[in-house]
Design a protein around this ligand. Structure first.
Ligand code: FE2
Length: 390
């Protein structure tokens, strides 16, 4: 009999449900004396930080704010954020936002306690010391960054999205509050929802999948597929928003431990070269990459189709598996997810960088977790197929 052990890491506390963000103060007291809130000023403008700030105030925790994380984070954000962290003498971080502020805060957390530049930490387990304590409070139901040991920071000098993976940047506390997502516009609800679905699907088919991640991933696929249309159609639907938050959380816990695979490996270069939002890059690739990957593990894709509500009874495993690609395709259409062309990805530039994108995708390591391995030539072909979709 083959024996194998599995590791599963997660923040020490996850609070979820409406009002969870108001618990920031009570956890902050155990983490430090002064908070640096890392966020995007647009969120502050619409009042999304009020609950968190009030809660810190009631707990008697002074705070400073770094609110310049307005897009997916580059090295500039982590350096600037670190400067503010030092200048304001903060000793822990509270990230409020989508994946971007949380990812930026993880970079700042690493730099606060480790000598070097953020690019020194690219790859797996390159951060020697535990990062500064971090409370993560997501405002989208998507990235799962609040519960992952990953951050993605763009090295702007090379147009590369660096994947940094280390338990030393895992948030200590995740406050997962659907009330923070009620005002998310439709486009972001769709893109982040598709990102969460991609996490769940990739965690489930990853060669690093394990029993605990399987349970979370499959449940996440079911919850997300069953609620994302409702959350998108009617943003005030608190039940759908709450379910989406739980689905994204489960998907995050799953892929943090079993890794993402080919879709994410290929999506990052699209983001780096064309500044396409992460969730939209995933959505554009997902049906094509599922079709390619099915031969590697048809049983798993058949289970995905079923979890997405497809009727698989009476079908062969293979026929059922292909319904997973159809289900995702239909979701893209229903949620009006723009195609790469509609987002202004220009054909000439696409053709000139597609080889390099394939090389960057492979170099990230994520495609190595895919149930069917892809060569560089196959990745180029998959990019072209996803791009040709109208
Ligand atoms: Fe993602």
């Amino acid at each position: 009999m083959m024996t194998q052990t599995y590791q599963f890491k997660t923040p020490s506390v996850i609070v979820n449900g409406p009002g969870a963000a108001r618990e920031a103060g009570s956890f902050a007291k155990g983490l430090g004396k002064k908070a640096l809130i890392v966020t995007d000023h647009a969120l502050e403008k619409i009042g999304l930080l009020n609950d968190v700030k009030n809660s810190l105030e009631i707990a008697g925790i002074p705070m400073a704010i770094y609110d310049k994380v307005i897009s997916e984070p580059s090295m500039d954000y982590t350096e600037e954020g670190l400067k503010v962290y030092r200048e304001t003498q903060a000793d822990f971080l509270v990230a409020v936002g989508g994946g971007s502020p949380i990812d930026a805060a993880k970079g700042i957390a690493a730099l606060a306690t480790n000598p070097g530049k953020i690019s020194d930490f690219a790859g797996a387990n390159k951060i020697p010391n535990p990062g500064a304590p971090l409370i993560a409070i997501p405002t989208t139901a998507g990235t799962g960054s609040e519960v992952t040991q990953f951050t993605i920071i763009t090295d702007t000098s090379r147009d590369v999205k660096m994947l940094i993976a280390s338990p030393n940047i895992m948030p200590r506390v995740a406050l997962v509050d659907p009330l923070m997502t009620m005002r998310m516009p439709q486009g972001i609800t769709a893109a982040t929802g598709l990102d969460a679905l991609t996490h769940a699907i990739e965690a489930f088919v990853s060669v690093k999948a394990q029993p605990i991640t399987d349970t979370l991933a499959l449940q996440a696929i079911w919850v997300i597929a069953g609620n994302v249309r409702q959350a998108w159609s009617n943003g005030d639907n608190i039940e759908a928003r709450t379910n989406m938050m739980i689905g994204a959380l489960q998907a995050g816990m799953a892929f943090s431990n079993s890794s993402v695979a080919l879709v994410h490996g290929m999506a990052r270069p699209i983001g780096a070269y064309f500044h396409v939002p992460h969730g939209v890059s995933n959505a554009a690739l997902l049906p094509t990459v599922i079709e390619f990957s099915i031969p590697g593990n048809p049983e798993r894709y058949a289970e995905i189709a079923e979890a997405m509500g497809e009727i698989t009874e009476g079908l062969s495993v293979l026929d059922a598996a292909y319904l997973a690609a159809d289900a995702v395709e239909r979701l893209n259409i229903d949620l009006k997810v723009p195609t790469l062309r509609e987002l202004g990805v220009e054909e000439k530039k696409f053709n000139s960088v597609v080889e390099q994108m394939a090389a960057d995708a492979l170099a990230s390591g994520s495609p190595g977790n895919n149930p069917r391995k892809a060569t560089k030539e196959e990745i180029v072909e998959l990019y072209r197929r996803a791009y040709s979709k109208e």
